[in-house]
Write a protein that binds this ligand. Structure first.
Ligand SMILES: [Zn+2]
Length: 89
């Protein structure tokens, strides 16, 4: 089953979020390794986790989606069991 344009856009957005999340964690690691700044590392890591937790919203039930697992075209929402990127009118 092909996913719609809307689904494609959402998938692209989620992948961008994933990259940003990894970037934030990399920055957190770097701030400890290069700047020896533990507080900055914790702040960046916390920000990354909060950002990630809030960024993924199921388009069907509007609840946050756990995207710790790999995001795929056929990923399902744990709350409403629907395909996240499919059947988006
Ligand atoms: Zn849902």
């Amino acid at each position: 089953m092909k996913i719609s344009e809307k689904g494609q856009a959402l998938l692209a957005k989620y992948k961008k979020i994933q990259k940003l999340y990894i970037l934030l964690l990399a920055l957190a690691a770097m701030s400890l390794v290069f700047l020896h700044n533990f507080v900055l590392m914790v702040a960046l890591a916390v920000f990354a986790f909060v950002f990630e937790a809030k960024a993924y919203i199921c388009p069907h039930c509007k609840k946050t989606v756990d995207c710790k697992r790999r995001i795929k075209e056929d990923s399902c929402c744990l709350h409403c069991q629907k395909y996240i990127f499919k059947n988006l009118d």
